[in-house]
Design a protein around this ligand. Structure first.
Ligand code: HEC
Ligand code: HEC
Length: 329
């Protein structure tokens, strides 16, 4: 009995010594031996590697239609102005916001928003001051945005607004609400954690035809405010139409669709409702047009987001007007 026990002990010691000898090495840079590589190295295909199992040889699969990642609730309001209004009227953060959320929101704002909007929110972020982003970004301290409900900003962050991209797929719902709270409290100086919904917007409940009829009744048709005082349209110039269509696609289609309302109105039929010089000024000088021109002001009330200045030359704007002449319902 005793002898067998000794033999077992000796064998065990030998095996242990052997294992130690194999698994260690004098060189620190040598990882030594792997006894069970299957447990150390993943046998699964890496995300971006070629995959013989699937016909398209891609490892990363498109999620099953209709599925959504955890913590990413589906968002039912698209980018149209009436849906932005609805978001402001119906959405509240699921949890009561406290100062700790504001601090977390600050970090997120610094990471995701400040490069354009600036730490102050006034639109002087690095991408703007360096000239890398040749557009004007929203000033978050503007009265119109200060008085807007939290759900309104949640909508802008989630689906974007014109030239601003959407963050719905990048930031979780909770993180988007934290950013909203930070902007409301620290940038706009509002009360912490207020759970208020936006009111109705009478401008949006007026049907479009009635809206335009009222504008035609209430305001004289003018050339608007800006560099163009008058514009006579001659015979249609086809090459200008082609160039105008291309410019429109490149510079305007993030907010305008030719014949359907989108972020801004559809330009179809615009020459029947506005003076050609007014259209030029709206393209060349939109900031002043939506803040001081009576028709521009009405439009901003209805479409909520301001028309963006795309820094076109007068010549380019003129080509777009030529293209507008050819649009049909
Ligand atoms: C790449 C630059 C960029 C980044 C990053 C960015 N924005 Fe914007 N933002 C813009 C631009 C451009 C506009 C003007 C939008 C337009 O023309 O309709 C804007 C407009 C806005 C508006 C106002 C919309 C209106 O009605 O005038 C809000 C609110 C806003 N951004 C919030 C945010 C928040 C919050 C973040 C971070 C999650 C963010 N933005 C990140 C470029 C940016
Ligand atoms: C960031 C979004 C955005 C971009 C980009 C944009 N627009 Fe607009 N546009 C609007 C909005 C919104 C309105 C309605 C007025 C308002 O809310 O400020 C508008 C109004 C207009 C109007 C007046 C329409 C009417 O019915 O009276 C014209 C004309 C126009 N835009 C032309 C253009 C052209 C041309 C371009 C490209 C060079 C362009 N817009 C780019 C958002 C945009």
């Amino acid at each position: 009995m005793h002898a067998i026990n000794m033999t077992l002990k000796k064998t065990a010691l030998l095996v242990l010594a052997g294992a130690l000898a194999f698994s260690c090495d004098r060189h620190r840079n040598m990882p030594g031996w792997d006894f069970m590589p299957d447990m150390i190295y993943s046998q699964a295909f890496e995300t971006y590697t070629e995959n013989p199992v699937f016909a398209d040889s891609m490892t990363q699969r498109i999620p099953v239609y209709g599925t959504i990642p955890q913590d990413m609730a589906a968002f039912r309001y698209d980018v149209l102005p009436e849906n932005r209004l609805l978001a402001g009227q119906t959405l509240l953060s699921p949890e009561q916001m406290a100062m700790k959320h504001v601090f977390e929101g600050k970090k997120l704002f610094t990471t995701f928003c400040a490069n354009c909007h600036g730490e102050s929110g006034k639109g002087d972020g690095y991408l703007v001051t360096s000239g890398k982003l040749p557009v004007k970004v929203g000033d978050l301290t503007e009265e119109r945005l200060v008085t807007a409900a939290r759900g309104d900003m949640f909508h802008v962050i989630t689906v974007g607004s014109g030239l601003m991209g959407s963050y719905g797929a990048i930031l979780s719902e909770r993180d988007r609400w934290k950013i909203v709270e930070y902007v409301k409290v620290k940038i706009q100086g509002q009360e912490l954690g207020a759970r208020t919904l936006g009111g109705a917007n009478p401008a949006l409940s007026e049907p479009y035809e009635e809206f335009e009829a009222r504008i035609a009744r209430e305001f004289a048709r003018t050339s608007g405010l800006g560099p163009v005082t008058s514009l006579q349209l001659g015979a249609l110039n086809q090459s200008m139409v082609t160039e105008g269509a291309e410019l429109f696609r490149a510079k305007c289609s993030s907010c305008h669709k030719p014949t359907k309302k989108y972020v801004g109105p559809a330009p179809v039929g615009i020459l029947e409702r506005r003076d050609p010089a007014w259209i030029m000024n709206m393209i060349l000088n939109p900031e002043e047009m939506v803040s001081s021109d009576p028709v521009g002001k009405e439009l901003l009330k209805r479409y909520l987001a301001p028309m963006a200045n795309q820094n076109l030359t007068e010549d380019e704007a003129r080509k777009i007007v030529e293209y507008f002449r050819t649009l049909e319902k």
